[in-house]
Design a protein around this ligand. Structure first.
Ligand code: ATP
Ligand code: ATP
Ligand code: MG
Ligand code: MG
Lengths: 223, 223
């Protein structure tokens, strides 16, 4: 499960201070699938980065399966993330010098699993991308890059998947394929899934929607 | 106006050949506002890059106001684009070392117009971003970066604006603000506007929707 206790995030640029998160507390049950919605600039990416251990809170605690991950050292956090967390970034951050297939294989190889190539091909197939496996990111469309990022994030069958606006660059058919695949992973593999999205049609596939505005949780709705 | 005559685009990677555009012909009247829709990977970005002189066709002609831009030399094309074309890229490509304000001022300064700072601030205000003008791209949310890219593209009041999925990272309110602003520019300044989008709600603000699939124009609908 994911527990946040009074998480604050303040960005300091010289004199200016931006309070991106103003004290967020929440608990997401293990195996649930939730959406995070809110205006542009409201704090979604900041919140997801802190949950996923990609960034640290200025104040407050982040507990994943009762472990306070914001206290881990680099090495422990890195291993924890590789084994337990899959992250789809808002601007995907694929490695530009590697092909789609290699990008998806990388986390599998880091974990030390066998048959990384076969596993990576299976996931790319589920995202309708096998025909592009040998393309580098610059040779892929925007939506194809986004789908490779999704494939990479689920490659290790993480217990927690964090997806930051994973369908913004996809047409409705591809977007639907993605959310149906995620729902399947949630139901079959009990993967906890947190999705930031601007698309209420995507949010409807989740069990709860968390609404954020100006760095504060303003509402939680059961779908 | 924009005229394409049998435009083809083939990407060669060693042995592999990808035919991204299979012979596209179209004519977009000066001062019209059109949408381009189609599945992920269907060729929208490729088509927009060729129209905007960011890329070149393998075969065929691109005429903007009766000038064959795919024949221009670098210097002429660069000047033509700075004076006449605004481009919002799918992954914005803001200059990371400059602030939002500086990124928007740059095309105005290149053109040699006076009061670049004042003009840039006016446009940022229209996109609800004045409070972020001194932030560099890494200090902006995904949707804020997208809006800075839009501001930069319209800074020189181009006669042709090309926007590649400009609202994918925006909540519905911000997306609406953007499309309403573009419609205003189209009606008041007679700006020709071509928008690739996956969102039919955005496409409805245009006069025509061009549908592309597998690199071919399959339909044009009047809205
Ligand atoms: N440099 C390249 N080499 C090989 N294939 C390429 C290259 N660039 C793009 N492609 C392929 O060309 C096709 C069209 O790409 P394009 O970026 O135009 O699609 P798109 O319609 O913009 O998609 P999206 O909605 O995902 O942004 C894609 O299938 C892509 O894989
Ligand atoms: N490094 C930084 N320094 C200062 N302010 C920052 C920094 N990073 C983000 N911000 C600000 O924090 C706020 C929250 O950003 P965040 O990326 O979490 O928003 P978001 O909800 O993901 O928005 P979007 O829907 O546009 O992606 C934004 O207003 C942004 O300008
Ligand atoms: Mg974001
Ligand atoms: Mg594209």
């Amino acid at each position: 499960n994911v527990i946040l206790q009074n998480v604050k995030k303040v960005y300091k640029n010289g004199q200016e201070e931006v309070v991106a998160l103003k004290g967020i507390s929440l608990e997401i049950e293990k195996g649930s699938m939730v959406a995070l919605m809110g205006p542009s600039g409201s704090g979604k990416s900041t919140l997801l980065h802190i949950i996923g251990g990609v960034d640290f809170p200025t104040e407050g605690k982040v507990l994943i399966d009762d472990q306070e991950i914001n206290k881990f050292d680099d090495k422990t956090l890195s291993k924890f993330r590789n084994h337990n967390i899959g992250f789809v970034f808002q601007f995907h951050y694929l490695l530009p010098e590697f092909t789609a297939l290699e990008n998806v294989m990388l986390p599998i190889q880091i974990k030390g699993e066998k048959n990384p190539e076969k596993k990576a091909e299976e996931i790319l197939t589920k995202l309708n991308l096998l025909h592009r496996k040998n393309h580098k990111p610059a040779q892929l469309s925007g939506g194809e890059q986004q789908r490779v990022a999704i494939a990479r994030a689920i490659a290790n069958n993480p217990s927690l998947l964090i997806a930051d606006e994973p369908t913004g660059n996809l047409d409705s058919q591809n977007a639907k394929n993605v959310i149906i695949l995620l729902k399947e992973l949630n139901e079959k593999n009990k993967m906890t899934i947190i999705i930031a999205t601007h698309d209420v049609e995507i949010a409807k596939y989740c069990q709860y929607i968390y609404f954020i505005r100006d760095g504060m949780l303003v509402n939680v709705e059961k779908v």
